[in-house]
Ligand binder design. Structure first.
Ligand SMILES: Cc1cc2nc3c(=O)[nH]c(=O)nc-3n(C[C@H](O)[C@H](O)[C@H](O)COP(=O)(O)OP(=O)(O)OC[C@H]3O[C@@H](n4cnc5c(N)ncnc54)[C@H](O)[C@@H]3O)c2cc1C
Ligand SMILES: NC(=O)c1ccc[n+]([C@@H]2O[C@H](COP(=O)([O-])OP(=O)(O)OC[C@H]3O[C@@H](n4cnc5c(N)ncnc54)[C@H](O)[C@@H]3O)[C@@H](O)[C@H]2O)c1
Length: 448
């Protein structure tokens, strides 16, 4: 006889935790399931561990940029120590998570969750039943369908490497390739990026990406765009990656080949058919409340839902929408306006709101204020020539529609633009706000 719960949550990442806390506060009886250690992608295999390691690379980069400007002496990355620094943060997380759930009376299960009926699941043979199920199973690397793809390692493997090999190839040219290449190159690896698209970092403004490419070239990162990876072969010395580009074929030799070619909702293992949960083109069919259109007892949030961009603040936002609808009975729906996003390259690139194409498609009348600002104080004090912005401003209202930034501190400054976009602030609102000086934010008033 299965144990009846009010809610079963599949996953223990950002989306799962937000809903669990809300349901627990409402005295719901909850079971949570994960086949990996508890904590999710962001805390254990994504944002946080990556940021801790990139902080090391940033410190090294800054020291190098300041050589001859008051600093002397070489520094280098000790990969093993950097990994230990990261693990000091990540290692305790699963146990802390489990204990926190148990203290709140939440039943915890380890294993793959698999639907057996509309409101029933099994976890490694153990049956579970509930009135509601939240699919917060996140995303997984997309299958590439190429010979030898089993040789690829993923983000989890890379962030756990005890030693960094000397020749690294990244398949794909998005967020993961950009961030991991900047880290690995500063740690001494020879890095090649094989990107099918015509430029890197597609979600970011093309002009700003062009400016950022200087930082890839300065690190000796070999960025090959319009390059399709066709096969990966194991060799005596490592791997041979076969590529095609503009009708030509070539091979790139590597010690390690990393999957950086995109992630899709992790739904395969869930046996959704048994629950009558419909999907369309690999995505769950959800209504505006993130509820399955075919099984009203099932909700989804975060990367598994993929209604908004697959980012941590979106997972948390989705989870609040689900909680409001499912637990509080409110007509909540997601609002993805002005979601800020940062690729933590060195320096970072950031965006919030609309890009030029989206603003045009929406028929908006807008002007663009854009400049490469290598000679501004913010760039000079950081000895970082990559600095620039592109701001989209609505003609009639002077509201900020979109902000695109690259350079020192933009990973923080973008949040002020996200605030402006979401709350329809105008250029006058921003120009008449006093920002602490000298900071990245104190440039905002000069950006339009
Ligand atoms: C390398 C990397 C770096 C990133 N950096 C950033 C960043 O800097 N900023 C940012 O905003 N976003 C970043 N992201 C994206 C961000 O991590 C995700 O958007 C976010 O973590 C998704 O949270 P989630 O709760 O939806 O899913 P997850 O945190 O992925 O949780 C899903 C959980 O479900 C479990 N699960 C899956 N299937 C099953 C099953 N059948 N049974 C049981 N359990 C299951 C998984 O093991 C996992 O623990 C990064 C992603 C990666 C890969
Ligand atoms: N800082 C952050 O917020 C951050 C960091 C890392 C990851 N993430 C999240 O994780 C997701 C996955 O990241 P990602 O970098 O794997 O994906 P991505 O979607 O950012 O980029 C994948 C790229 O790989 C290319 N590609 C696909 N197949 C290819 C092939 N066979 N050969 C060559 N190129 C190929 C695509 O053209 C695309 O540009 C992102 O969408 C993002 O939401 C976020």
């Amino acid at each position: 006889m299965a144990t009846p719960y009010d809610l079963i949550v599949i996953g223990t990442g950002t989306a799962a935790k937000v809903v669990i806390m809300r349901a627990q506060a409402a005295n719901w009886r909850i079971a949570v399931v994960d086949f990996r250690p508890y904590g999710g992608t962001c805390a254990l295999r994504g944002c946080d561990p990556k940021k801790m390691m990139i902080e090391g690379a940033k410190a090294l980069d800054h020291t190098r940029r300041m050589q001859g400007k008051g600093l002397q002496g070489e520094v280098r990355i000790d990969w093993t120590e950097l990994l230990r620094f990261k693990r000091g943060f990540t290692d305790p997380i699963p146990q802390k998570n489990e204990r926190s759930f148990e203290d709140k009376g939440i039943d915890i299960f380890h294993g793959q969750a698999r639907f057996t009926g509309p409101n029933s699941l099994e976890v490694d043979g153990h049956p579970l039943e509930a009135q509601h199920v939240l699919i917060a199973s996140g995303a997984e690397p997309v299958m590439l369908g190429i010979p030898g793809e089993e040789h690829l390692i993923d983000n989890e493997d890379f962030l756990a490497l005890e030693e960094l090999p000397s020749r690294i190839v990244l398949v794909g040219g998005g967020y993961i390739a950009a961030e991991f290449s900047h880290l690995a190159a500063r740690a001494g690896a020879q890095v090649t990026i094989l990107q099918r698209g015509e430029r890197m970092l597609k979600p970011f403004d093309p002009d700003l990406v062009d400016w950022l490419m200087d930082s890839f070239h300065n690190q000796g990162i070999d960025v090959r765009t319009r390059t399709n990876v066709e096969a990966i072969e194991k060799t005596a010395a490592g791997y041979s990656v076969r590529v095609s580009s503009k009708g030509e074929t070539d091979t790139v030799e590597a010690d390690l080949v990393i999957h950086a070619a995109g992630r899709i909702p992790a739904l395969k293992a869930l046996n959704l058919e048994a629950a009558g949960v419909e999907t369309r083109e690999g995505r769950l069919s959800l209504n505006e409340h993130l509820q399955s259109t075919s099984n009203p007892g099932v909700y989804a949030a975060g990367d598994a839902a993929q209604m908004g961009p697959p980012l941590t603040p979106v997972s948390s936002h989705d989870a609040k929408v689900v909680s409001a609808h499912l637990i509080d009975g409110k007509p909540a729906r997601p609002d993805y306006a002005g979601v800020p996003s940062v690729a933590f390259t060195i320096p970072p690139i950031a965006s919030a709101g609309l890009n030029e194409t989206q603003a045009q498609e929406q028929g908006l009348r807008f002007r663009i204020s854009s400049q490469r600002a290598s000679d501004w104080f913010t760039a000079r004090q950081a000895a970082e020539p990559v600095y620039g912005f592109k701001i989209l401003i609505e003609e009639e209202t002077e509201c900020i529609l979109g902000a695109h930034l690259v350079g020192p501190n933009v990973d923080e400054v973008i949040n002020l633009f996200a605030l402006a976009i979401r709350h329809r602030l105008t250029t006058t609102d921003l120009k008449t706000t006093m920002f602490a000086y000298p900071t990245g934010a104190s440039d905002i008033g000069s950006m339009f």
